[in-house]
Design a protein around this ligand. Structure first.
Ligand SMILES: Cc1ncc(COP(=O)(O)O)c(C=O)c1O
Length: 476
């Protein structure tokens, strides 16, 4: 797609509302950018130093996603608070974009267990221990799938699941929903901008010369006809779905959508992977338990081991038995390690302990009950502000996650959801004003997460700030 087309597309995504002057909003954004520069001189100095050896001043390019005049650097984080190098304090509703939903360095069993683990036990022996067995037992009982593996990120868990699905079906493609995100997995980093097209989603060309449509089929969320069309050629090894789309804002499934999706996967011989990396915010069994979903593969990462690098992928008995037969683990002449599923550090004992302790002590109904209560207060507060000012915005929530949308109705498809993010003025003003007033929001969406340590007072302070933000959007 040419640059001018991209600009036109971006402009078409800006919501416009009576009473909100976008030009004036851009003046307010400039003021916030200046204020940010004034508040963070030490970060600016660090950014200059960092650029000598780090592209863009960051060791992971995700850290540059805040789009600030200079990079913000952190000195410390604890519970739901973060402090920057200049000593500014933030109430954190981002929580690392999910890994730390249980809090930064929380005072709980996971933290105390890991602290003594590092001093007294080894991290890498290239052998399993009882933690792995207990974690798999808990996951099997909660999610209803028989076999479990770990990975170091949800992206890896998705990648490894694709390998297994392709190996067992002999089919080349995976199907994704347009604009969904499943990590840095090449097959899923594609999108459809015009009907029928499948294009690379980001300018980096990971597979020069390869036709994006050779590995990927794309359907539209909540559109079962498009799913059937993608699957009927019987060349799709696996379908990727979240319970609700969460990466363009939250888009809930229409009634009956998941039942029919399951049916179509079975009819056309494609495996179904449910990716709960974000929707684990719903509860200890994600949405799969309470909604009665029936995946062949199930993936979660990020918070599953309290932010320690770890992810899990589970699969059915039938898949595990076929995989075991192919890997011939009992044959001394076959190397199980060279199957491309994980590497030497993947099942390390530190991540596995963090996984077990999180499953046992933190991914519990009691902890989720507290997070839900705080989130309910936040959602009610923001809805009250929206009603008070009569603005056409809305808030959708799932467990301890909520999403502010700059349109009045909940989204039903991913493009509509993207418009609701409010890029081009609303989004930028919200995020910069929040940051300058001491609040972190997930930087690429209008999403908020509550941890068990987020208090009613933290929430009320945000709601007060949101009230000012909406009032300022309307003034002038
Ligand atoms: C639904 C979903 N799946 C997978 C991932 C990838 O997770 P990770 O960054 O741990 O690889 C993400 C990340 O945001 C996600 O939202």
């Amino acid at each position: 797609m040419a640059d001018t087309d991209t600009t036109a597309l971006m402009k078409s995504l800006i919501p416009r509302h009576d009473g909100i002057d976008l030009e004036r909003l851009h003046v307010l954004i400039e003021e916030e950018l200046e204020l940010y520069v004034e508040r963070t001189p030490k970060s600016r100095e660090m950014a200059e130093r960092a650029k000598r050896h780090l592209v863009g001043g960051v060791m992971c390019n995700w850290h540059g996603d805040w789009h600030l005049p200079h990079q913000l650097y952190v000195s410390r984080s604890k519970d739901c608070r973060v402090w920057d190098l200049d000593g500014n304090e933030y109430i954190d509703f981002n929580l690392g974009d999910t890994p730390d939903i249980f809090g930064h360095a929380p005072d709980n069993q996971v933290t105390s267990s890991l602290a003594s683990f590092i001093q007294e036990e080894g991290i890498a022996t290239l052998l399993p221990n009882e933690d792995a067995v207990v974690a798999a037992e808990i996951l099997a009982q909660r999610i209803g799938l028989r076999y479990w593996y770990t990975a170091l990120s949800a992206s890896d868990a998705n990648r490894f699941s694709i390998k297994i699905a392709r190996m067992l079906t002999g089919r080349p493609k995976v199907m994704i929903f347009n604009l969904a995100y499943h990590g840095n997995v090449d097959e899923t980093l594609k999108w459809t901008l015009e009907p029928g097209s499948i294009e690379r989603r980001f300018p980096l060309d990971y597979a020069p010369g390869q036709d994006p449509a050779a590995t990927t089929a794309i359907a539209n969320w909540n559109d079962l006809e498009s799913v059937e069309k993608a699957l009927e050629g019987e060349d799709v090894a696996m379908v990727f779905a979240e319970p609700a789309l969460t990466n363009t804002g939250i888009v809930m499934p229409q009634p009956g959508f998941h039942e029919k999706l399951r049916e179509l996967c079975t009819r056309y011989g494609s495996y179904l992977l449910i990716d709960e990396t974000h929707t684990l915010s719903e509860g200890p069994r994600g949405c799969t338990g309470p909604w009665g979903l029936e995946p062949d593969f199930w993936v979660a990462g990020k918070c599953i081991a309290s932010g320690v690098p770890c992810a899990v992928y589970g699969f059915s008995e039938e898949i595990g038995d076929k995989l075991g037969a192919i890997m011939q683990m009992d044959d001394p002449h076959v190397s199980a390690g060279f199957t491309g599923l994980g590497t030497t550090a993947t099942g390390n004992a530190l991540s596995t302990r963090a996984l077990r302790m999180t499953l046992e002590h933190v991914l519990t109904d009691e902890v989720y009950g507290r997070m839900r209560e705080t989130m309910a207060r936040l959602v009610d507060g923001m809805r009250a502000v929206i009603a008070k000012h009569g603005v056409p915005f809305s808030v959708t929530s799932m467990g301890n996650r909520c999403d502010l949308r700059f349109l009045p109705e909940p989204a039903v498809d991913a493009f509509d959801s993207t418009i609701g993010v409010g890029l081009g003025g609303y989004f930028e003003f919200l995020h910069l004003r929040a940051l300058n007033r001491g609040f972190f929001i997930i930087p690429y969406l209008n999403m908020f997460l509550c941890s068990p340590t987020t208090t009613a007072d933290d929430v009320d302070r945000w709601v007060e700030c949101f009230d000012e933000i909406v009032a300022d959007m309307l003034s002038g």
